[in-house]
Design a binder for this molecule. Structure first.
Ligand code: SF4
Length: 61
């Protein structure tokens, strides 16, 4: 499994992650919601979204 976390102190709600992987990240309150874990097959999508974040607020493990 791939673990996704977003640092709420760093996230500014810009939404690039939601644009890159709309089924993994959603603008909400807190600014972005996401599944805590996804299947390994989604790693590339999650990493692309993390790379798009201007605040580097997304961690993928
Ligand atoms: S791209 Fe980064 S700053 Fe923007 S909503 Fe996603 S996690 Fe937050």
């Amino acid at each position: 499994m791939v673990r996704i976390s977003v640092d709420p102190d760093e996230c500014r709600g810009y939404g690039q992650c939601c644009y890159e992987a709309p089924d993994l990240f959603r603008l909400d309150d807190p600014p972005v919601t996401h599944p805590a874990e996804v299947d390994e097959s989604r790693r590339e999508d999650a990493e692309r979204a993390a790379d798009s974040c201007p605040m580097q607020a997304i961690a993928i493990e």
